[in-house]
Design a protein around this ligand. Structure first.
Ligand SMILES: [Fe+2]
Ligand SMILES: [Fe+2]
Length: 213
């Protein structure tokens, strides 16, 4: 089975990387309840991340519906999809654990994700990869921004430490997906720059909405 290595840097990589680092706290971690302020900080974060993972899950599902018969591409898409399943399951767990109200627009994220995945895969393999490149750029940067915020607060609380670890791990995996897409000719897609810009803007708008609604 194809394995996605922990850190894959392809020469075509275009994403600038000055990534936030996460070091486990050296002080004792407390399992105290979150303060009201910490909850207000954490809730929209978990809500938008769950919605993003719903979108990602459905994008890969849509791509596999079209490209599942491609022997070379199928295992690559399948491996990335399998990681998205783990991401989504983790945020489902966090939503339940913290009793976060999920995004009310989940059906929209499902349909939008599937449509984008299916449509780009219908254009061709390169367009499907350009879609992945665009989406994972935005999601990777989004997780990186969140990690910076989490690192900036005093997070010797077990829940916040756990969330930081999750966000750091998923950020790395999303950026690996990005690198894989670029290595599989994302930038050869027809109208690559336009396609990438449109999908990135769509993702940014979805993030803005999903953190609120
Ligand atoms: Fe993901
Ligand atoms: Fe991903």
């Amino acid at each position: 089975m194809l394995r996605i290595s922990k850190r894959v840097f392809y020469p075509q990589m275009t994403l600038s990387r000055s990534l936030a680092t996460y070091n486990s706290p050296t002080k004792a971690v407390s399992d105290r309840s979150l303060t009201k302020k910490e909850r207000e900080f954490l809730e929209p974060m978990i809500r938008v991340d769950q919605a993003g993972e719903v979108g990602a899950y459905y994008i890969y599902k849509g791509q596999i519906a079209v490209l599942g018969s491609d022997k070379k591409l199928k295992p690559i898409l399948q491996e990335m999809w399998d990681q998205e399943k783990v991401h989504l399951a983790r945020f489902d767990e966090l939503v339940a654990h913290h009793r976060v109200r999920p995004s009310l627009l989940r059906p929209l994220w499902e349909v939008a994700g599937y449509t984008v995945g299916f449509a780009t895969a219908t254009i061709g393999k390169e367009a499907a990869m350009a879609c992945t490149e665009a989406v994972e750029t935005v999601i990777g940067n989004h997780y990186d921004d969140q990690l910076r915020e989490l690192v900036a607060i005093e997070n010797h609380n077990q829940d916040l430490v756990d969330l930081s670890k999750t966000v750091a791990q998923f950020r790395d995996e999303e950026l690996e997906h990005h690198d894989i897409a670029v290595a599989h000719d994302a930038q050869q897609a027809p109208l690559h720059a336009v396609l990438k810009a449109v999908i990135m803007q769509g993702c940014k708008s979805a993030i803005w909405v999903a953190s609120r609604v």
